[in-house]
Write a protein that binds this ligand. Structure first.
Ligand code: SF4
Length: 428
């Protein structure tokens, strides 16, 4: 019996079974792969398992060295089956997507990442790697009762602060890890501000125009005042361990569209304390606005990118009134003033490790001097994404595990991770 993980599949009711006849397989831009030992880990706590309706599981048959599609339940041949995928916990980057064969007319998959999962020695394993040792979003650190008590108390204490009410809902209803940490007075706290955006990302989780998809988060409907923002951010920067506050959250549009408010808020924060890190998660579309925020006291900026190739960036972000060059100009402005810049680099096996994409990433790192690459899983139906970008592979993909190793050896100065780092060492 192979020591490799075996295939898992689900029946029509969603019960999940293992099938030792076939090994777990992975997919990379639609091509099936045998998964090697360095590509899987035990499924981390806080991960979820998803059923993939209208998609048949695919496994690897080691004796015949072929991939096999499981078209029906191997134990009850009349019964239909469906594929299974994992949604890996934060801090983990997928190395392979789930391997499956889509049935004709299958509906789009919702906006999540679908990572290959298998069964080995009585536990689930996932094709992923931990890329950040930081435990700020590890499920076991969330004391839900304390979060509930603190959130309700602070919402009551600041009942007229609309942002506090919004963040209370984020923590209590959506379980947003950053909002939970705010109410545990530690680490990174979120500061959403913008109902609007100047992009129309295919995979936007807060506003969707595709009829077959729904946004997984309600977008904020108001622009908080600088006073509402600093009433939350000030005490957090002053007191929290690893204090960091971040504009630009999943529940909003583009924060740079509220640059005037952000500038006022940053000035007020720095009048309150020099402690902690003020960060901006952004599509970096407005270089002039970035310049003003940097001058006001912004410490770091995280730029979200699905690709370092302008044609694929444009096809995904569908930018309104800005270009890929504007994004790069914003990065240069931050670096020219010694600001800290991260990439929020969406990882999709077969696309991110395509040779052309890898060479584009190398050029971007050389040209900009970025400090950190956050390797985050792209939350989207992989087949729809690749066809929307009209992507054609350039030969055999490098492999995500190998890409991570190449980044480490070729760019030792560039940090790899998953989270925004606290920069202000004085406070620790
Ligand atoms: S930049 Fe953010 S808010 Fe704007 S469309 Fe893209 S994902 Fe949505």
């Amino acid at each position: 019996m192979s020591s490799r993980p075996v295939l898992v599949y689900a029946d029509a009711k969603g019960n999940i079974f293992d099938f030792p006849e076939l090994e777990m397989a992975g997919s990379s831009a639609g091509r099936w792969h045998r998964v090697s030992p360095r590509d899987w880990i035990p499924l981390p706590e806080g991960s979820e398992l998803f059923l993939l309706p209208e998609r048949l599981p695919v496994g690897y048959h080691s004796r015949s060295k072929t991939f096999r599609v499981l078209s029906h339940d191997p134990y009850e041949s009349a019964k239909p089956v469906q594929a299974v995928a994992a949604f890996a916990a934060p801090a983990h980057t997928q190395t392979y997507c789930a391997a499956y064969q889509k049935l004709p007319g299958a509906k789009l998959l919702p906006l999540f990442a679908y990572t290959a999962v298998g069964w080995q020695r009585d536990r689930f394993v996932v094709a992923a790697r931990r890329v950040d040792p930081d435990e700020r979003q590890d499920f076991r650190h969330f004391d839900l009762a304390r979060i509930d008590k603190n959130a309700r108390r602070r919402m009551a204490q600041q009942s007229t602060n609309r942002l506090m009410q919004h963040l209370g809902k984020c923590a209590l209803t959506y379980g947003c890890p950053a909002a939970r940490n705010l109410f545990l007075d530690r680490w990174e706290a979120p500061l959403p501000t913008s109902p609007d955006c100047n992009a129309r990302c295919l995979g936007c989780i807060s506003r969707q125009d595709h009829p077959g998809l729904c946004a997984t988060q309600d977008r904020i409907t108001f622009v908080p005042t600088a006073e509402e923002i600093v009433a939350i951010a000030g005490p957090h920067l002053q007191n929290a361990p690893g204090a960091l506050v971040s504009f630009g959250q999943g529940c909003e549009g583009e924060p740079l569209l509220q640059a005037k408010t952000l500038q006022q808020a940053i000035v007020l924060m720095r009048e309150t304390t020099r402690r902690g890190t003020i960060n901006l998660n952004t599509n970096a579309s407005l270089p002039r606005a970035v310049e003003k925020l940097r001058r006001a006291g912004l410490d770091s900026m995280r730029v979200s990118l699905n690709s370092c190739q302008p044609q694929f960036y444009g096809a995904y972000y569908r930018p309104r009134g800005y270009t890929f060059d504007d994004v790069m100009q914003s990065v240069r402005i931050m670096k020219a003033s010694a600001g800290f810049v991260s990439l929020n680099y969406f990882v999709l096996p077969g696309f991110t490790d395509d040779l052309e994409e890898w060479n584009s990433l190398r050029r971007l790192i050389d040209a900009t001097g970025i400090d950190l690459i956050q390797l985050r899983n792209l939350n989207i139906d992989p087949e729809w994404y690749l066809s929307s970008l009209d992507f054609r592979p350039h030969g055999k993909p490098i492999g995500i595990s190998r890409l991570i190793e190449k980044l480490r050896t070729e760019f030792p100065r560039v940090r790899l991770g998953y989270f925004n780092p606290p920069l202000n060492s004085a406070e620790h």
